[in-house]
Design a protein around this ligand. Structure first.
Ligand SMILES: Cc1cc2nc3c(=O)[nH]c(=O)nc-3n(C[C@H](O)[C@H](O)[C@H](O)COP(=O)(O)OP(=O)(O)OC[C@H]3O[C@@H](n4cnc5c(N)ncnc54)[C@H](O)[C@@H]3O)c2cc1C
Length: 392
């Protein structure tokens, strides 16, 4: 690799081959820019986090001819059934959403990663290097130098995009201040072979003892998420089955449970999204509660905007500081909207106790899931109105 400032090793170095870094690399493929994706792990993770892909994200994937490959592998969720204290309080239906994808597509994150990684091979100007942990980013005039933890030669790029997740080491190195909010809510999730008979529908059970959420996955699998009273360090065997039966009256077979994990939602807001030629994108730039399923989708729209801006910034046809300022303002606004929405949904959904639960039933069944409000809820859930990352 060439450390000389006059000849960078690549136009754009993307740090992190998570869903956002890989999508950005794919979107940059047709631009002809020389792109390197640097990923510390030798193999993709085997456990799934994100499952919900929204219509705007499918539109972004469609722009590089990838939407069909996702749609044939995923499950189209068209209805979310909401259950209250004693009965179903309403349905949030995506069937009337405008556009080609009136549904939320359910696909495990590892399959999203695999599709995006395979598609990279169609772009000869884009390469993914695994086993490269970026330890240092240093401005060098109109380039940035990257150093690694491994004994690998340093390299240079015109721009570095930090897609290295919510704990972003690059963000820490740049000393960009962040505000972290812990919500004090705790969840356990597990995937089961599906014998519920709920087909391709999602179900939310809001009960006085806590929430239960249930989403179909491809391959006859269903994800169950249960709210827990506190953080669990050890998940007792059969825990999810017991809670689902107590709260939703549904009997799951513990022998068909495929995995489990816990999560304790938190939010992260950054004071800035760039320093010089190093730009934050995806979870490195914002994190939000997974309840509501928006983090990856907001990151996809960040990637879309950067893919529009970077060719001009690299080729010197755009005003770099103006473009970066616009990126920062637009994407911080989008993250704020999505994170507020996720927090509001989680707040309402995690009320416990009988009176709060009856009140929630009235709010949901009597107002939010009725008539025009129901359509608005569907549109908000599907993130139709979260600001998109296109450079106008
Ligand atoms: C339980 C759960 C459910 C979720 N469900 C949804 C959902 O349904 N829909 C949704 O939109 N979002 C969901 N999310 C959020 C979603 O998982 C994240 O928003 C998404 O993974 C962010 O992608 P990313 O590429 O920005 O970061 P990450 O996925 O965190 O990827 C970062 C990558 O960078 C690599 N890396 C880190 N540091 C370095 C380094 N120094 N050098 C090289 N490589 C490095 C890591 O190894 C990793 O591969 C969920 C999250 C959780 C926890």
């Amino acid at each position: 690799m060439n450390p000389s400032p006059s000849a960078p090793d690549c136009d754009v170095a993307i740090v992190g081959a998570g869903p956002v870094g890989l999508l950005l690399a794919n979107l940059l493929g047709p631009t002809g820019l020389k792109v390197l994706v640097l990923e510390k792990n030798l193999a993709p993770p085997s456990h799934s986090r994100a499952i919900g892909i929204t219509p705007p994200s499918l539109e972004i994937l469609g722009s590089i001819g990838m939407a069909d490959a996702f749609v044939v592998r995923g499950v189209k969720i068209q209805n979310v059934h909401v259950h209250g204290v004693s009965a179903q309080t309403g349905v949030c239906s995506f069937r009337e959403l405008p556009g080609a994808h009136p549904y939320i597509l359910s696909l495990p994150q590892q399959q999203t990663l695999s599709l995006l990684e395979q598609h990279l091979r169609l772009s000869p100007n884009v390469a993914l290097l695994r086993g490269r942990e970026v330890a240092q980013v240093e401005p060098m005039g109109e380039q940035v130098m990257l150093g690694f933890t491994e004994p690998a030669p340093k390299m240079t790029a015109r721009f570095v995009i930090a897609c290295d997740g919510w704990r972003s080491g690059i963000r820490q190195q740049l000393q960009i201040p962040v505000r972290e909010t812990r919500y004090g809510c705790h969840f356990v999730m597990g995937d089961f072979i599906d014998s519920s008979g709920m087909a391709e529908e999602a179900h939310l059970f809001f009960t006085p003892d806590g929430a239960v959420e249930s989403f179909p996955l491809p391959g006859g699998i269903r994800r169950w998420i249960v709210q827990t009273p506190g953080p669990l360090l050890v998940i007792p065997r059969g825990y999810i089955c017991r809670i689902v039966q107590q709260r939703a009256g549904i009997v799951l077979d513990a022998a068909t449970q495929l995995n489990h994990s816990t999560f304790n939602p938190q939010r992260l807001d950054c004071a800035s999204l760039y320093r010089g030629r190093v730009i934050l994108c995806g979870d490195a730039a914002h994190a939000m509660s997974p309840i509501g399923g928006q983090g990856m989708n907001v990151g996809f729209a960040d990637a879309e905007m950067l893919a529009d801006l970077l060719p001009g910034m690299v080729r010197g046809t755009g005003d770099i500081s103006e473009e970066l300022e616009r990126y920062e303002q637009d994407r911080m606004r989008a993250a704020r909207v999505a994170a507020n929405r996720a927090a509001q949904g989680m707040w309402l959904g995690t009320w416990t106790g009988i009176s709060a639960s009856w009140l929630r039933d009235v709010i949901l069944g009597g107002v939010l899931l009725r008539g025009p409000f129901a359509r608005l809820m569907a549109s908000r859930f599907a993130m139709m109105d979260v600001p998109r990352g296109r450079a106008q």
